[in-house]
Design a protein around this ligand. Structure first.
Ligand code: URA
Length: 225
């Protein structure tokens, strides 16, 4: 009797697993499948990983494609990989990244809900500013990532990201604290670059205030308001 109950329990758990997998599969199929987005991003990565569209390929250790949830509600867009990102091939893993990731957690956003990418996929030598020809060469990759992930919110980090996403030359101090609407209807929320916040503690509070706005918009979308 005991054996039968035990076997029954195992079968029941297996049944629940199958139901859960089936539910996930159907949700993905009906909502524009996360597995589709994942494979599209993987396909794009294969196209991009050996890129030589500008001279930065000569000095990179790794191309930093981007990472996160392929179905993210929010995408964070930075400027370009720094030293640590170049070494690890992952965005925002150095000092600025630690500040950013902590700030994101502080406002209650889970890293599982986000996707992070940069305007440039390769590190500019000595972290110099991105050059116009590098941005022209690399921006189409970010645009493709945005088209695949289709985030409802884009949080632009710093001058280069904000100006290129909003297609403006206005300075970041005039743009942050405001919200914009992108061509695909997404909400664009500019904020300071976390690296700048390391040296300007008052900007950290503004970064947090902007991220709280991101969280508020996420909550509105998730609750269907
Ligand atoms: N700064 C950025 O803009 N992006 C990174 O990935 C790291 C630092």
């Amino acid at each position: 009797m005991k054996g039968i109950n035990h076997t029954g329990e195992i079968l029941y758990r297996e049944y629940l697993d199958i139901v859960r997998d089936l539910k996930k599969y159907l949700e993905r199929k009906m909502n524009g499948s996360s597995s589709d987005n994942l494979s599209l991003l993987e396909k794009l990565y294969r196209e991009v990983k050996n890129c030589q569209r500008c001279s930065l390929y000569k000095t990179r250790t790794n191309l930093v494609f981007g990472e996160g949830n392929p179905d993210a509600l929010v995408m964070f867009v930075g400027e370009a990989p720094g030293k640590e990102e170049d070494l690890q091939g992952r965005p925002f893993v150095g000092a600025a990244g630690k500040l950013l990731r902590k700030a994101i957690r502080t406002v209650g956003i889970s890293e599982k809900q986000i996707y992070i990418a940069n305007i440039l996929k390769c590190r500019p030598p000595k972290n110099r500013d991105p050059q116009p020809e590098e941005i022209i060469a690399c921006l189409p990759y970010l645009k493709k990532q945005i088209k695949i992930v289709k985030p409802k919110i884009i949080c632009t980090l710093g001058k280069f990201s904000t100006q290129n996403i909003l297609n403006t030359t206005t300075g970041i101090t005039h743009l942050r604290g405001k919200s914009f609407t992108g061509n695909g209807g997404e909400i664009i929320i500019p904020t300071y670059h976390p690296a700048a916040c390391i040296y300007r503690p008052p900007w950290r509070e503004q970064l947090i205030a902007d991220l709280k706005k991101v969280k508020m918009e996420m909550d509105k979308i998730l609750s269907g308001v």
